[in-house]
Each structure stands twice: as C-alpha cells, then as structure tokens.
Design a protein around this ligand. Structure first.
Ligand code: ATP
Length: 238
C-alpha cells in the first residue's frame, strides 16, 4: 500500500523549546491513523508541524512523495492537505453558509465548490437546516460538523483532525467517527486523527501511533491495540 504521508525523524517545538523528537511513522493512503497519548505528549504539535504551521527543526515530511520543507501552507492546501485544529476555528459572527463558503474561497472551479457545499449539507443534515444561523448559535456538535464540512469543501486527500469529539455528546461523536470511516472507505480520503477518546478512535482506526514526551513509542495496527489488553495497559493506561 502506498503511503500518502511519510514522517521521518521529525523534530520541532516552540522557539527554543523542543517538543517533538525524532518522530517517524507512515500513513497509508485511504486509511485512518489515530495519534494517541497523554496530555502534553505532543499530538497537537505534530499536527501543526505536518500542516506547516510550525517549522521542523530537523527531519523530513513527504506528502504524496513530495518533500514539504519550505512549501507554503497555501500550496499544501491546494495539494490536498487540510487541518481542522483543536477549537475548530468556526467564525462565530458568520452564518453556516458563509463559513462553508470560506472553505471554497480559493477553489478555481466555482461549480465544483458549490457541488461540494451541497454534499456537505447532505452529509450533515443539521447544517442544512441551520444554514442561515450564525456560528455562535450552533451547538458544539454542529460547530464540529461545520469545521469538518468546511475542510471537506477543499476536497482534501489528507485530513488532519485535532480532537473532533471534544465536548460532544457520545452519540454525536460516534456519528462523526462513523462518517470519517465512511469517507475513507468511499472516497479514498486519508485521516490522521488526534483523539482523547481512545476507544472511539481505535474503533475506526487502521493504525495507532502512540506518543509519549514528544516521541513515538509505538506505531501498530489498531486491531492490535484493540485486542491486546496488556499492550493497552502498558501504553494507553486502560
Ligand atoms: P493535549 O492533549 O493536552 O493538547 P498534546 O499531546 O496535543 O496534548 P501538545 O499540545 O502538542 O500536546 O503539547 C506538547 C508540549 O508542548 C507541552 O509540554 C506543551 O506545554 C508545549 N506547548 C504547546 N503549545 C505551546 C506553545 N504555544 N508554546 C510553548 N510550548 C507549547
């Protein structure tokens, strides 16, 4: 299976403060990879480095075979990499429709951007019903749907998702997980998922990457983490 993302000996941090240390793993195309680990392990920092928001100090990231060093964020988006950050980034003053349009602003093919918007409304029924509501009027689940929908309008090939189920009712978070799995199976999307809810992430993941103190301590098929109680105790604490 080809890897859409190859991360090789990657280190990064904030100014002089190192966080990631020699992080190495691969993400096969069309799969879900869950990044797991305790608070402060470096999961968010990893996503920020992969999406170009933080500059690596050493190491290499290849996206679809291309070395990402020095590639501007805008070009990464055009190449098909989308990042939905923690906190979701929905613009509270804009309506659902306006937020979604932001996701398609840079698209040259206006007709396809509109088609993608209709698809998002089909995927997320509550958004279709509330398209003229402002971001601040939405529930937590609806805001998460909107953030995800806005990213999908760019028709990404690789989606980096930070804590998509944070603060959501288990039923809504379950729906979002199921949808992510369907998108991977149906349209070849690849998902890299940071998730505190380890059980629900492992429920849809193909691969689990366990981080501790800025390092990868294990990258293994998710089934192994689901089935092997000793492994779960040792690395995930449950
Ligand atoms: P969490 O689940 O709590 O978000 P995480 O695994 O995503 O944890 P990070 O947010 O990547 O971990 O944080 C890793 C380390 O980097 C922590 O020690 C944190 O204090 C530090 N850190 C995070 N953001 C910054 C920042 N903007 N400036 C300096 N240090 C930071």
């Amino acid at each position: 299976m080809t890897a859409i993302l190859e991360v090789d000996e990657l280190s990064s941090g904030y100014g002089p403060v190192p966080v990631l240390r020699d992080v190495t793993f691969e993400v096969p195309t069309g799969t879900v990879t869950a990044i797991l680990g305790a608070n402060g392990a470096g999961k968010t920092t990893l996503l920020r480095t992969l999406s170009g928001l933080l500059r690596p100090t050493t190491g290499r990231v290849r996206f679809d075979g291309e070395d990402l060093r020095g590639v501007p964020v805008e070009r990464l988006v055009r190449r098909g990499l989308a990042h939905v950050p923690e906190g979701r980034g929905v613009v509270a003053e804009l309506t659902v429709e306006e937020n979604l349009r932001l996701g398609g602003l840079w698209r040259r093919d206006r007709a396809d951007a509109r088609r993608a918007q209709d698809e998002v409304y089909q995927l997320f029924d509550p958004l279709a019903r509330r398209r003229r509501h402002a971001g601040h009027q939405l529930s937590g689940g609806e805001r998460q749907m909107l953030a995800l929908g806005r990213a999908l309008i760019a028709r990404p090939r690789l989606l980096l998702l930070d804590e998509p189920s944070l603060g959501l009712a288990p039923r809504v978070s379950g729906q979002i997980m199921t949808l992510l799995r369907q998108l991977c199976d149906g349209s070849g999307l690849t998902v890299l998922l940071v998730e505190q809810n380890v059980r629900s992430a492992l429920g849809i993941a193909d691969q689990g990457v366990v981080m501790s103190l800025g390092r990868v301590v294990m990258a293994t098929p998710a089934a192994q983490l689901r089935d092997d109680e000793q492994l779960r105790h040792a690395y995930l604490g449950f």
